[in-house]
Design a protein around this ligand. Structure first.
Ligand code: BES
Ligand code: MN
Ligand code: ZN
Length: 461
């Protein structure tokens, strides 16, 4: 076997460059292993990182899909100067993410469907086996969370409705250690969640506020997660242009990331932290009953907002959820995730998630979690100067601050609803889809932020 590999290197057909692949058809049994194919993936010469193994895993996943390989046996290169648990965690994560496919609506091409990978086995030397096994479990869980986000995002707006979010919450609560509740429209009316009610009033889909709670039963800090679950954003009366409006079915990716993260948290049951998740889910449509530019709404807690552009709807539903969550659960920290502004694409492109925070310590934690998860963020400033742009002539706030610093004024709007609680906001409008191409990120929704949230909880001290 080794001779064949050596031969490929001698001929120069393979150099072991980063993500380079060498596919060999070995004797049916070699080194005691029975396999139809042997795939060697290059790692290059640069210093090894978690991201490199995630990418290598992605390459394997993509290849396995293409070859319709259903059973994989991974041999981990233990002679490398890199922690084996990090290596196998990221390989497994990349493998799941790289072999992702969504073909449930391709009914005609049934025969072309690629089978999903059925089994992944790993070969690691005995000494590290227990740690490696745990690491693989972590990697698979995180990978599956990313895939779950992609699944929700890929569903069209007529299927993935606010009701679908509620059903998903019920499902994961039944499987894991989570409490689940849905706040329906009637309760929103009683409690005066004017943002969610206002945004959804033009739609035939009733809004839902999905609540999931993970409780340790101990005296530990509480983290509140909030995700924008806008299942379709037409812009409302401030209608978006037709071009690529279809992408606005992805406007629920923040909510999906929060749900998928909770799913993993409910399974892993961390001991150092309680987590409460709120997903305000609604559809933004134009109709005779829709909000109109100039309308004034009252958010949860009593602040009034002049809605000058009905397309700036994300902040309205998030403001209710943030204000309600902060008051009801008195969290020690809040993190929200939202496809909030087109402006973040202008500022950071499709390569970094925008991070805004009122607290440096929390911002550092989120940045570190994103780094470990391979989901990079870049922090933008928040200051009173920006708040000025949201002053309304006749209400407490207006919902748009003009073109300059659109991402920051959106965050400044949200900041009004968290009080002094440490809070971080992730604007994933540039990264939730059309994200930087990577072997483990196919075209379509990226599944971003779920893994960052999971990492944040896993590493919480
Ligand atoms: N969901 C959009 C933000 C968005 C735009 C996400 C493009 C991904 C790609 C959000 O609801 C929105 O429409 N924001 C407006 C705000 C503006 C009216 C102040 C925007 O960014 O144009
Ligand atoms: Mn919008
Ligand atoms: Zn939106």
């Amino acid at each position: 076997m080794q001779e064949r590999i050596d031969q490929a290197f001698e001929l120069g057909d393979c150099q072991g460059k980063k993500e380079e692949c060498l596919l060999i058809y070995p004797e049916r049994v070699f080194d005691g292993v029975q396999a139809g194919r042997l795939l060697i993936v290059g790692l290059g010469k640069d210093e090894l990182t978690r991201e490199m193994f995630r990418r290598a895993g992605g390459v394997v996943g993509q290849k396995a899909l293409g070859l319709k390989a259903e059973k994989l046996f991974l041999v981990v290169p233990e002679e490398l100067a890199f922690p084996v648990d990090d290596m196998v965690e990221c390989l497994s994560e990349g493998l799941v993410l790289g072999s992702y496919q969504f073909n449930k609506y391709k009914k005609k091409e049934e025969e072309e469907k690629r089978p999903a990978i059925k089994r992944i086995s790993l070969y690691v030397q005995d000494g590290s086996l227990v740690a490696a096994r745990k690491a693989v479990k972590r990697g698979l869980a995180a990978g599956q969370a990313g895939a779950a986000v992609r699944d929700m995002a890929n569903e069209p707006g007529n299927v993935w409705t606010p009701q679908a979010f509620a059903e998903y919450g019920a499902k994961i609560a039944g499987e894991g250690h989570l409490l689940f509740r849905v706040m329906e429209k009637e309760e929103m009316q009683e409690l005066k969640l004017g943002g969610i009610l206002g945004v959804s009033q033009g739609s035939a889909q009733p809004p839902k506020l999905v609540v999931l709670e993970y409780r340790t039963g101990r005296k530990v800090p509480t983290l509140l997660l909030v995700g924008k679950g806008l299942t379709f954003d037409s812009g409302g009366i401030s209608l978006k242009p037709g071009e690529s409006m279809g992408d606005m079915k992805y406007d629920m990716c923040g909510g999906a990331a929060v749900m998928a993260a909770m799913q993993v948290i409910g399974e892993e049951q961390p001991t150092r932290i309680d987590v409460v998740a709120l997903v305000p889910a609604a559809e933004n449509m134009p109709s005779a009953s829709a909000l109109k530019p100039g309308d004034i709404i009252t958010q949860y807690g009593g602040k009034t907002v002049e809605v000058l552009n009905t397309d700036a709807e994300g902040r309205l539903i998030l403001a209710d959820a943030l204000a309600y969550g902060v008051e009801k659960y008195k969290p020690d920290a809040v993190v929200d995730v939202a496809t909030l502004t087109g402006a973040v694409i202008i500022g950071l492109g499709h390569h970094r998630t925008g991070l805004l925070a009122n607290n440096d310590e929390l911002a550092a934690k989120v940045l570190a979690a994103g780094e470990r998860a391979g989901e990079l963020l870049w922090r933008l400033p928040l200051a009173d100067d920006y708040r000025e742009q949201l002053k309304s002539q006749i209400a407490d706030l207006k919902n748009v601050g003009g073109r300059p610093a659109g991402t920051i004024t959106a965050a400044a709007f949200l900041q009004e609803f968290v009080g002094e609680t440490p809070w971080a906001h992730l604007d994933i409008a540039g990264t939730a889809w059309n994200y930087t191409e990577k072997p483990y990120v196919p075209k379509g929704p990226s599944g971003i932020a779920a893994r960052t949230l999971i990492e944040l909880v896993r590493s919480w001290k």
